[in-house]
Design a protein around this ligand. Structure first.
Ligand code: ADE
Length: 228
């Protein structure tokens, strides 16, 4: 069983529509649709925006469906010149950029208790994402994706996060999904299509490009499942 989590309906609809033999149930307020895609068992959910919704969904998915791999797909803002709108960010690691106990002497991003800043994505899934990206002829970059409970639309803040974590893209769920998967020993991977610049123009770019970027991520997820 492969679990797929998207934050928004627009990111999940096309994937969900391509599942066969579906059944649906609601757990912890999240609707899970189970079915098959290219002959593989898949469960998909729309978790809602932000780290807490993402964590609720991931824990519920693990307890109910015991997926062998959890994938998070959707859209993101770019933090690097190497990724433009429509390009693909593949997480090698994920960080929570808004986790901050630095007044107590910790580095920003450190998650106390497990003593980690970076969550490492499943290597085999990262390689399969790279293969899927090249199969559809997209431009993809593998690196660190930074998650936090903020829509980034400020160049100064964007540069701080980019420089602090050497991050390539920002979004609002991936590292929370990674955190929950990590503590449950479940492999995970995150793929995001770029919808905006995460700078001063992001609030204009995002509504213009979110549908196109969601379609790009859907295409790659579909190819990934075929290859997996
Ligand atoms: N998801 C897509 N664009 C984003 C941005 N600029 N900030 C946070 N999450 C995003």
């Amino acid at each position: 069983m492969i679990g797929i989590i998207c934050a928004m309906k627009i990111e999940a609809d096309a994937i969900r529509a391509s599942l066969l033999d579906t059944t649906t149930e609601t757990v912890s307020g999240v609707e899970f649709t189970r079915g098959t895609l290219h002959g593989k068992e898949v469960v998909i959910a729309v978790c809602g925006i932000g780290k807490v919704f993402a964590a609720i969904c991931t824990e519920a998915m693990i307890l109910k469906y015991a997926p062998a791999l959890i994938i998070n797909s959707g859209v993101a803002g770019t933090l690097t010149d190497a990724l433009s709108i429509g390009d693909i960010a593949i997480a090698k690691t994920l960080v929570q950029h808004d986790m901050d106990t630095s007044p107590l002497g910790d580095p920003v991003g450190l998650i106390s208790g497990i003593n980690k800043i970076h969550f490492e994505a499943d290597e085999k899934a990262v390689a399969a994402f790279e293969a899927a990206v090249s199969e559809i002829g997209a431009n993809g970059v593998v690196g660190t994706i930074a998650s936090g409970d903020q829509f980034m639309s400020d160049t100064e803040k964007k540069c701080i996060i980019r420089d602090r974590f050497n991050a390539i893209a920002c979004e609002m769920e991936g590292a929370a999904i990674a955190h929950v998967a990590y503590v449950n020993n479940v492999p995970f991977a995150v793929l995001r299509a770029i919808s905006d610049s995460a700078s001063g123009d992001a609030q204009m770019e995002y509504p213009k490009f979110v549908a196109m970027a969601s379609e790009r991520s859907h295409k790659i997820i579909d190819t990934f499942i075929k290859l997996w």
